[in-house]
Design a protein around this ligand. Structure first.
Ligand code: SAM
Length: 324
């Protein structure tokens, strides 16, 4: 199931598609879609504003009409509710909820309860992709007048301990708290935040992805790395205090340092190295071999056994890292 909890009108005045139309197109225009006839896909698009909901319904209908005959294995379910009400109702399905990718894109920080997300997405194969309104969190976390909303968002009161407004660590404290709470309350063991910057390099939002699957995490990172920074915004994350800017030409120096630090003097199966990179750094599996280990080998920082050619790292080989 694809659940768009704050779906908006579907299309905008300038003809720009909103998230529901983007999601549907992504599936039915996918080159594999024709091979997935046995799979049932359910799209729930929820919008609580009555006017926007009417637009959403109309836009979904005309999109489906434009793709006639509509595939019978793709069900489209618009819904006109407060997200909290919908989430609680769906959560009553508990572990029987179909594998769900929940996209949560509210305005600001209101109307979003971490406990609802935790209950809704408790089944193993559910994932969350969520906007975190960093600017509002920074502005209001210790203001004292909207504590109820933040208690719901973080499912704790630790946001009150954020460093004072105007200090550089305040934002970092709040996003890391949100990530930690997704792990603790919603039991997502992989949480990855992508800082979204505008053309001026100013941080606007975080996009936060939470999953229990290392493969899911790897796929999401590959997508985020691919997004063209010339599209008006870019993504970044930090590794050991260094900014890692996502883009076509990956700068893998922070990864090289992190690998040497983590595995200094050790011999490690290649799959273990890849899994660590995916789980613990902003990089994905495609950054490990040619972009990082090979140049490290050229610099005599690593060697490997269990392979036939130098500079390659096939499954089953073991990589030895120089002692620091
Ligand atoms: C940021 S917009 C979503 C934009 C959408 N994802 C898109 O790409 O077009 C947030 C939407 O959530 C709706 N909304 C606000 N509070 C809500 C709530 N409690 N439950 C459901 N929808 C809500 C708003 O009316 C608005 O249309």
């Amino acid at each position: 199931m694809f659940l768009d909890g704050f779906a908006g009108p579907g299309n905008y005045d300038g003809g720009e598609p909103g998230s529901p139309i983007i999601a549907l197109s992504a599936l039915i225009d996918h080159s594999y879609f024709a091979t997935l006839g046995q799979c049932e896909f359910v799209f729930v698009f929820n919008e609580n504003d009555p006017d926007r909901y009417r637009c959403l319904e109309a836009n979904l209908k005309s999109f489906q009409a434009s793709r006639s005959p509509w595939p019978s294995n793709v069900r489209v379910r618009p819904s006109n509710e407060d997200f909290a009400v919908l989430a609680k109702r769906l959560a009553s399905h508990g572990q029987s909820l179909a594998p769900t990718f929940a996209f949560i894109d509210p305005f600001g920080y209101k109307g979003l309860e971490l406990q609802d997300l935790a209950d809704l997405l408790a089944a193993d194969r559910c994932e969350l992709f969520c906007y975190f309104d960093f600017n509002s969190a920074q502005r209001f976390a210790t203001a004292g007048n909207v504590d109820g909303h933040f208690e719901a968002l973080f499912a704790c009161e630790d946001f009150k301990k954020a460093p004072p407004a105007g200090t550089p660590d305040r934002g970092e404290f709040l996003i890391r708290l949100f990530e930690r709470q997704l792990g603790k309350v919603a039991k997502f063991n992989h949480v990855q935040s992508f800082a979204m910057r505008n053309r001026m390099g100013i941080l606007g939002h975080y996009l936060v992805f939470a999953t229990r699957s290392l493969t899911g995490l790897d796929k999401m990172k590959q997508v985020m790395w691919k997004i063209d920074p010339r599209g008006g915004y870019s993504f970044s994350d930090r590794l050991a205090g260094q900014e890692v800017l996502f883009g076509d030409a990956a700068d893998t120096r922070p990864l090289r340092d992190a690998l040497l630090h983590k595995f200094s003097g050790m011999s490690v199966p290649i799959q273990e190295v890849i899994d660590w990179v995916v789980a613990e750094t902003p990089y994905h599996s495609g950054h490990v071999k040619r972009a990082t280990l090979k140049p490290m080998e050229d610099d005599q920082l690593v060697s490997a056994v269990g392979r036939s050619r130098r500079g390659t790292y096939p499954g089953g080989c073991t990589v030895t890292f120089l002692s620091r």
